[in-house]
Unconditional design. Structure first.
Length: 430
């Protein structure tokens, strides 16, 4: 087909009702659209079939993971330009099959169907999670979801996250390295929790053990870390043994709902609550409240969505649900605060650090791109492409205030009202 890019651009603009915000290069080498910015490359017509059947971000993501589309130029700029098409929640995205039934769009839809080639659509790339079993957010299904994301190889995570092995938003107090910003985040949490030598800390969703190591090494805390990932647990135990801290830290492969050895002086939950789900969130808050001693503190570090009318919690985007964090859900900041209070906590401080996560994600993307060939060898081409897209798109989401990240400091305040050492706002920053 001669000049495929011009034909695709014309048809897309007719169906979208406006100009295509990016330049397009088709499989025949032709180009069309605005110059001077990133170029969206359609390497194979199979990408069109994916978009026809799954319009919006999931179809686009499947084509990206399969290598049928690519970008030349600034990926962040391209995602920013496409954000209105991918993330506009003002209405549902219709498939081209629906558009073919609209008399005004019928001709354009049918023309695009002809260009796309034979149906049905290709199978989704192998990295997509399918065949989930059990009720949503049951212990069994949560374990499946966690394994899908975290048990993909510790070497791959080392490449992306760097030496800190911290997989959550860093805290950028000044220009410095990613490792310094992650250390500052862990120390900020330890100070908010008022950790002291001998305190018992429960680290829920402990990952590769970074918070547990920091609390034990720097503050002399006795730490129990729980994770559902066997690969994470093995890695954390190795780090702990190498630092000679096995007498202070225990790592368990355990669901937080099965922890029964309270009370603890403090609990940290860093980037874990997104996996809990709306139907389980009150249970999560009640469980952590019950595991704390009177006067004990919880630091809940959690990604949030902007609130929407008559909605309390949201599933994450379709691409991330299929390829990155299956069954993940995000709640508005206000909903999280209310649930913590309903469970009995006194929320003493909330700190929003949205911009910090955008900076963190851009550093992770840079790490991945700098060692791309090794990342592909450690996982697969599809998995590496998933991570590049998901982290870059997430950075843009934080920058555009579609999502945020907040630290809630909550206290199990006893009936007397005494909460131990007085809390002064931002005392931990001094």
């Amino acid at each position: 087909m001669a000049d495929a890019a011009s034909r695709l651009t014309t048809l897309a603009e007719e169906l979208l009702g406006g100009p295509l915000p990016v330049r397009l290069r088709a499989w025949d080498g032709s180009e069309a659209g605005p110059a001077g910015g990133p170029v969206l490359i359609v390497r194979d017509r199979r990408a069109l079939r994916r978009l026809i059947w799954k319009p919006g971000e999931l179809g686009l993501a499947r084509a990206w993971v399969a290598g049928e589309i690519d970008v030349e130029g600034d990926l962040y700029d391209l995602l920013d330009r496409l954000s209105g098409l991918l993330w506009d929640r003002s209405g549902e995205t219709r498939s081209l099959l629906d558009a073919a039934r609209d008399p005004r769009l019928r001709a354009a839809a049918r023309a695009l169907l002809r260009i796309a080639g034979p149906f049905p659509p290709p199978k989704p790339p192998a990295e997509e999670m399918r065949g989930r079993s059990g009720n949503r957010h049951s212990k069994r299904r949560d374990k499946q979801a966690i394994s899908h994301h975290y048990d993909v190889g510790n070497d791959f995570y080392e490449l992306v996250l760097g030496p800190s092995m911290v997989y959550s938003c860093a805290y950028w107090t000044e220009k410095g390295t990613l490792e310094e910003a992650q250390r500052d985040k862990l120390d900020l949490i330890a100070r908010k929790l008022n950790l002291k030598e001998g305190d018992r800390l429960l680290d829920v969703g402990c990952g590769w053990g970074s918070m547990a190591l920091h609390a034990a090494r720097e503050y002399g805390a006795r730490v129990v870390g729980v994770t559902l990932s066997r690969e994470q647990a093995a890695y954390a135990r190795k780090r702990i043994a190498e630092e000679g801290l096995a007498d202070l830290i225990e790592i368990r492969v355990q669901d937080y709902r099965d922890v029964t050895d309270g009370p603890y002086d403090a609990i940290s939950s860093i980037g874990m609550a997104e996996h809990v789900g709306a139907v389980r969130y009150r249970e999560y808050a009640d469980t952590l409240y019950g595991l704390l001693k009177p006067g004990g503190r919880l630091l809940n570090h959690q990604i949030s969505r902007r609130p929407e009318p008559e909605e309390e919690a949201y599933e994450i985007d379709a691409f991330i649900d299929a390829y990155v964090f299956p069954d993940g859900e995000l709640s508005p900041m206000g909903s999280t605060l209310t649930t913590l209070e309903d469970a009995g906590f006194e929320v003493r401080d909330v700190e929003a650090i949205r911009e910090h996560y955008a900076l963190t994600l851009r550093r992770w993307v840079a790490n991945l791109e700098a060692d791309w060939d090794r990342a592909v060898r450690l996982t697969s081409p599809g998995r590496a492409r998933i991570w590049r897209l998901y982290m870059a798109a997430s950075a843009v989401s934080f920058e555009r205030n579609r999502i945020g990240v907040n630290q809630f400091l909550a206290v199990k305040t006893p009936a007397s009202g005494a909460s131990g050492t007085a809390l002064r706002p931002r005392v931990w920053q001094e």
